[in-house]
Design a protein. Structure first.
Length: 247
């Protein structure tokens, strides 16, 4: 009887020790898991200092625990793109864009991801779809930029001109982009013409004045030129002017 009692005591003690270890281990695991705000803070800090691998790991952990945070998904994609992980980045950008289809930041970065991947067909299709579905100035400017980068000169010019038309010629940066485009293909005459239009809108822009002087031109009141697209809206004839007999 005494031996049996002793055996029972040993078994009970071992069970107690084992259970205690499991409980301690479980508690230790819980306490080692970072709270979500800490994970996000660590990820953002890594992103700011361009530690892309660390940022990716932390954003991925955050997203695993809160999968519907679209901002974090976009930041995760950016962290991956900075490491050249275009396939993973483009996948995350695609999901982020489905959630927020009018977000220009996501659209711009998605285009950059496709450009870096080297998939020109996918990039062209993406840009064309964005322009046709949304039809905004930003969509055509984005198309102009990337069509120019991949050497599609005619498509780039048409996209920039369409952006200027939608804008009615009111934004200097569009004329500036057109000037840069024309300079890139050696068309100095049309480049200067677009700089004159930009100067018409923002004559106080010092960087623009410097660019004008670098081309051997002199900025001033006589250099300014009302943008073509602006003229069309100002001087658009009425039906009466087109047909005097119209009532």
């Amino acid at each position: 009887m005494r031996r049996a009692s002793h055996t029972s005591m040993v078994v009970g003690l071992l069970a107690s020790v084992t259970l205690g270890g499991l409980v301690a281990g479980s508690l230790g695991g819980c306490t080692s898991r970072r709270p979500l705000p800490t994970v996000r803070k660590d990820a953002d800090l890594a992103f700011q200092v361009k530690k892309w691998e660390k940022a990716e790991a932390d954003y991925q952990e955050y997203l695993d625990r809160r999968p519907f945070d679209n901002e974090v998904r976009f930041l995760l994609g950016q962290s991956q793109l900075e490491q050249g992980k275009t396939r993973e980045a483009n996948s995350n950008f695609g999901i982020a864009l489905d959630v927020d289809p009018l977000n220009d930041g996501i659209l711009d970065t998605s285009a950059e991801g496709l450009y870096q991947s080297g998939n020109r067909e996918a990039l062209t299709a993406f840009l064309q779809r964005a322009a046709s579905e949304r039809g905004r100035v930003a969509d055509y400017m984005r198309m102009g930029k990337y069509m120019q980068l991949i050497g599609h000169v005619d498509e780039a010019q048409q996209a920039y001109l369409t952006a200027a038309k939608i804008d009615q010629g009111r934004t200097a940066s569009i004329h500036n982009s057109l000037a840069d485009f024309y300079l890139s293909i050696g068309d100095r005459k049309r480049a200067v013409e677009r700089l004159r239009m930009a100067y018409f809108i923002t004559p106080e822009d010092k960087a623009l004045a410097t660019k004008i002087r670098e081309l051997g031109e002199i900025p001033g009141p006589t250099f300014a030129l009302m943008p073509t697209e602006w003229q069309q809206t100002v001087a658009a004839p009425t039906q009466r002017e087109v047909d005097p007999t119209a009532r």
